[in-house]
Design a protein around this ligand. Structure first.
Ligand code: SAM
Length: 271
């Protein structure tokens, strides 16, 4: 069984803050996965009839891209859309770029400074995989949602970035270079504990890159580089990097792909 060694929250907040200006153009996986949830939300009950006064939280809002979309979707209720994030740097960016009226909140998803039963919708795109205990985050979401409220969460599971993990394993055996992801079985059982009414769908997504270095550059641009406690400064010394690139599987045109094991959790709480 793999031991998960989640990165320190300070490293997460710092790295994402440092990436706030490069994040949006590089976030193609994030856009795709969040759009799936926006579409589900659009079809959902909260949007049938009036949205006025619907209280919405974008949890782990990053640059606020989806917070803005949510504020548009719930038109007329900007003042009840909140974007919350652990990273002050991300929040500064979101506050400066976002539509007026959105409320921005510095908060840790594992311990939300929000009242019980105070929200109608919680939307959280690709945040929960950065948290130590997904069940703690889901329990917080359940606590702050009102009866009948709706939860939309996306995450990445074990199998994500496996080509990169294996290439690094061959270049630098025994050293971690890629963040770990929860197993599908683990995520399902943690969710079941807290939200028996949930639904989970999964998909394997392969993104194409000109080279392994382009993949590393994209991860850095979105702030998602390796953050494990075993991170060391010389990890990407040129010799090791070259060896990793050599071992990364390539197509006949020299291009590579990276696999992402995507999961979406939806839950409509009972009234
Ligand atoms: C990959 S980004 C996703 C941002 C945004 N949801 C999007 O779709 O573009 C992950 C975000 O989660 C935030 N985050 C990580 N751990 C968190 C935590 N424990 N509580 C709140 N936010 C957290 C990071 O600071 C970062 O902004």
């Amino acid at each position: 069984m793999t031991t998960l060694a989640p990165p320190a929250k300070s490293a997460i907040a710092k790295d994402f803050g440092a990436a706030s200006k490069t994040y949006n153009p590089a976030a193609r996986l994030q856009r795709y996965m969040g759009q799936v949830m926006l579409d589900q939300l659009q079809e959902g009950q909260c949007l049938q009839g009036t949205n006025a006064g619907c209280r919405v939280l974008d949890l782990g809002c990053g640059t606020g891209w989806f917070t803005d979309q949510l504020a548009d979707m719930f038109n007329g209720s900007r003042d009840v859309v909140t974007g919350a994030d652990l990273s002050p740097g991300m929040l500064d960016y979101a506050r400066a770029a976002g539509a007026p009226g959105i409320r921005w909140l510095a908060a840790d998803a594992e311990s939300l400074p929000l009242k019980d039963n105070s929200l109608d919708v919680v939307f959280s795109n690709l945040m929960i995989q950065w948290c130590r205990h997904s069940s703690a985050v889901l329990a917080e979401c359940r606590r702050v949602l009102r009866p009948g409220g709706q939860l939309f969460v996306s995450t990445l599971l074990d199998g994500t970035l496996d080509e990169l993990r294996q290439a690094w394993h061959r270049a630098d055996p025994g050293q971690e270079h890629v963040n770990q992801f929860e197993s599908e079985a683990g995520f399902r059982s943690q969710t079941l504990e807290v939200l028996p009414e949930h639904r989970i769908t999964t998909e394997s997504i392969a993104l194409d890159y000109p080279s392994p270095l382009a993949l590393l550059a994209e991860l850095k641009a979105i702030g998602a580089g390796f953050k494990g406690s075993s991170r060391r400064r010389s990890a990407t010394a040129p010799g090791r990097l070259r060896t990793m690139c050599h071992h990364y599987p390539k197509g006949s045109d020299g291009r590579i792909h990276a696999t992402y094991r995507a999961a979406w959790l939806t839950c409509h709480l009972p009234d």
